[in-house]
Design a protein around this ligand. Structure first.
Ligand SMILES: Nc1ncnc2c1ncn2[C@@H]1O[C@H](COP(=O)(O)OP(=O)(O)OP(=O)(O)O)[C@@H](O)[C@H]1O
Ligand SMILES: [Mg+2]
Length: 372
């Protein structure tokens, strides 16, 4: 054995990493691995020991639709820069034809239209969100399997050498970037495994870890079948997102309702109010906005349609005033949400009952207890 010394603890984390991880976890339900991996990557950046001449990391996010892959990147931007749009996002579906690449990198000088095609990826675009504290860029290649061959060629250079040559021959440096790529590849195989892995009681059996490994393997094999070895060799980490279970979808709903509440509290001073959803209103939103196949894909749209639009008209017709507490319930006959507000100063015979109902609502939608 070596000489005695002071034992060091590499599992200890500094406050900044803890904050980063906690705040991500408050935004992303489940997907512990993904959150942990992002935190470890950020730690490398903070420690200043990123490998030179490469992006900070190239991460491939696989998993079913509506499981939070894109959301994770937005959430990281929100935590790092206070703005979930602080991401350079390339929707690969928009670049399925080789000629569309000029939209990304501009066309070479002398080409027809050279002047007009301002490249989407430029150094300024990459560095735009840097702050004094964080000089890191998040770059998202969304739905990577849809990219054209020429986009692949560009991408390989970026992943490997952290540089991209634009149409006018100038270079963009990606060495202070975290590159995230998302894909649904393998999600069908994963779904089959999950269904097969459910015990008779409809719950995962004790072999959760084994199932996890199988799912990981199925997803990464699907990726290997589709993507070239050159590409896979440049990936630092494949992160597999799991399909969200019902109780997790409920937590996602909580988060989304809290975001609506934040929007309301940010609106003009005289109209700020608090809303609470009853159990049945919440169930309704879950049923409409989520399902086993599409995860939470449609949840936001459903919340906009059934909650935000009506709230907007209640506000614009001055039916809600500052400080009101609005209850959102389900009218099961019409299948629509009902909005009512609490009459604070009027004596209500069933006031005690009402208090109880509110307490129940409050605990069901813990989301809003912090407000008001
Ligand atoms: N794990 C999660 N935590 C929090 N919110 C989530 C999660 N998964 C999904 N959502 C919600 O659902 C919406 C859709 O999820 P997201 O766009 O991240 O799906 P995705 O995994 O990228 O799917 P796709 O493969 O179809 O692009 C998010 O904007 C968010 O509101
Ligand atoms: Mg996505």
């Amino acid at each position: 054995m070596g000489t005695a010394g002071i034992m060091l603890d590499p599992t200890r984390r500094n406050a900044e990493i803890e904050r980063f991880e906690d705040e991500l976890r408050a935004r992303i339900v489940g997907q512990e691995r993904a959150v942990g991996q992002l935190a470890r990557t950020y730690q490398i950046y903070l420690a200043g020991i990123a490998a030179p001449g490469r992006p900070l990391a190239n991460l491939l996010l696989l998993g079913p639709t509506g499981s939070g892959k894109t959301r994770l990147v937005e959430a990281a931007a929100d935590v790092l820069f206070g703005d979930e749009r602080a991401v350079l996002k390339i929707d690969c579906a928009e670049f399925q034809h080789s000629h569309e690449i000029s939209k990304l990198i501009g066309s070479p000088p002398g080409y027809l239209g050279h002047r007009e095609t301002h490249p989407f990826i430029t150094q300024e675009a990459l560095d735009r969100f840097h702050t004094d504290k964080v000089k890191l860029s998040l770059v998202l290649f969304d739905e990577i399997e849809k990219a054209s061959d020429s986009l692949w060629q560009l991408l390989l250079g970026v992943l490997d050498k952290a540089t991209l040559t634009l149409g006018d021959n100038s270079r963009v440096d990606f060495s202070r970037c975290l590159i995230l790529m998302t894909s649904n590849l393998g999600s069908q195989e994963m779904a089959k495994l999950v269904e097969g892995g459910l015990g008779f009681a409809g719950r995962e059996d004790d072999n959760g870890a084994e199932l996890d490994q199988k799912i990981y393997r199925a997803a990464s094999e699907a990726a290997r079948r589709k993507f070239s070895p050159e590409f896979m060799n440049r990936i630092d980490r494949v992160i597999v997102f799991r399909r969200l279970e019902r109780c997790q979808l409920e937590q996602v709903l909580d988060i989304e309702l809290r975001r609506v509440q934040d929007r309301i509290l940010r609106c003009s001073g005289e109209q700020q109010f608090v809303f609470q959803c009853t159990r049945s209103a919440r169930d309704f939103l879950i049923e409409e906005g989520t399902d086993a196949k599409f995860g939470a894909r449609h949840l936001k749209r459903v919340i906009e349609r059934h909650l935000v639009y009506p709230i907007a008209s209640l506000l614009s017709t001055a039916q809600i005033q500052l400080g009101d507490v609005v209850t959102v319930d389900l009218d099961s006959a019409s299948g629509k949400l009902l909005f009512s507000k609490r009459l604070r100063r009027v004596f209500v015979t069933s006031e005690i009952e009402e208090e109880r109902a509110f307490a129940a609502v409050g605990s069901a939608s813990s989301s809003l207890s912090s407000v008001g």
